[in-house]
Ligand binder design. Structure first.
Ligand code: FES
Ligand SMILES: [Fe+2]
Length: 374
């Protein structure tokens, strides 16, 4: 279909070294998965204990770790006007995300200074002029300042949470140091010029599986030929991806069928997946991207958020249809992945060990990062 999409949204630029692009070319010619440098194979022999997917003490340690990492708190576009406000949750964290009178996005702990009542409820965006507690009406300005006079609270301001805005998304973390952990990946996203991006569709669902089972499906491409044989497999080179760690995060480059013949490969020749440790995945296509975030609920239950972001709000029905087609493709293929998550988990429950292969270096990188994380 011919579309009215602006060419500027289709930047050709790939922010990768020649060396990395050459690694992808080599794999697409060989047609076997790459074993990334540093992978010594011994992990594959011993496998992984399944305790890590089932035991509550492991889960407790992981939730502590997740608190020390940023998470996707929302989208810039859903808070477009001053006073727009929403409550955002990640595990037991509950924060207010709002656009203040100066048009800046801010986040605050969603808890009244008086007796702790949740100030903003529900997942829909609301338009407010002040934050008013539903219990005794203590009132706060959009900069978090307590306005009600004569109230004795240890603090006169709601606790502010640092935010980072990038590619139409808003990430939040308890401290600036925590937010800085995404910096290496954010700098690379800047090169794709994704700042105008808006969510086209957002889906949330829960399933019976450990959150790591969900993440791991997106850290390897070995399954594409089988699980996605009628969706992704026909457009990408078989078993040709390159897994490339960025500290605890990673990028996975999956060449399309056009990659081999391209003199200088560009965005259209690759599907680029970013893994933001520990539970967020961004899949970059030529002119839109998909997002997946796993939120653990318990060792055996997980909430998954999926979204498709596009360069700007569609202005014509034709553009709506165009993006619907792209969105449906992303949701269809990721539904193939997510449908398998409870099946994997059910099997893991009955095994003592599992044995990821040397063709799935992302799994080992993930577990090593979990083990080393501070
Ligand atoms: S708990 Fe908020 S005003 Fe009392
Ligand atoms: Fe998949």
């Amino acid at each position: 279909m011919k579309t009215e999409i602006k060419e500027t949204y289709r930047t050709k630029h790939l922010p990768f070294s020649e060396l990395l692009l050459e690694r992808v070319r080599k794999q697409s010619e060989l047609g076997v998965p790459e074993i990334y440098p540093g992978f010594d194979g011994t992990d594959a022999d011993s496998g992984l204990s399944t305790d890590g997917y089932l035991k509550n003490d492991v889960f407790q340690k992981e939730t502590d770790l997740l608190r020390r990492r940023p998470f996707l708190a929302g989208f810039q576009d859903t808070l477009s006007k001053p006073g727009d406000c929403v409550s955002t949750n990640f595990m037991d964290r509950n924060w207010i995300l709002l656009r203040d009178e100066k048009n800046d996005l801010r986040a605050f702990a969603n808890t009244c200074l008086h007796r702790g009542t949740r100030l903003i409820s529900g997942e829909d965006t609301k338009s407010i002029r002040k934050i008013v507690c539903p219990y005794h009406s203590w009132t706060y300005a959009t900069d978090g300042e307590l306005l009600t006079s004569g109230c004795e609270a240890g603090n006169k301001k709601l606790r502010e949470i640092p935010l980072m805005e990038t590619a139409g998304m808003v990430f939040a973390g308890e401290t600036n140091e925590i937010l800085d952990l995404i910096e290496p990946v954010r700098r690379e996203w800047d090169e794709y010029k994704l700042d105008s991006y808006v969510p086209f569709t957002v889906l949330k669902e829960e399933g019976e599986y450990n959150w790591k089972v969900g993440v791991e499906i997106f850290l390897e491409t070995y399954h594409i030929a089988t699980l996605h044989k009628n969706s992704v497999a026909p457009v990408v080179e078989k078993n040709a991806s390159v897994f490339d760690p960025i500290g605890e995060h990673a990028r996975i480059l999956i060449p399309n069928r056009s990659y081999k013949a391209a003199e200088i490969p560009s965005r259209k020749d690759l599907i680029i997946t970013y893994f933001i440790f520990p539970s967020t995945i961004l899949v970059l296509f030529r002119d839109h991207f998909g997002l997946i975030q796993f939120q653990p609920i318990s060792a055996e239950r997980t909430r998954c958020l999926r979204a498709v972001l596009i360069p700007e709000k569609p202005k014509t029905d034709r553009m709506v249809r165009f993006w619907e087609g792209n969105r449906d493709f992303f949701f269809r293929t990721t539904s193939e992945d997510l449908a398998l998550a409870p099946e994997i988990h059910a099997g893991v429950r009955q095994s003592e060990r599992i044995y990821p292969s040397s063709w799935e270096p992302g799994i080992f990188h993930f577990h090593r990062s979990l083990g080393n994380a501070e």
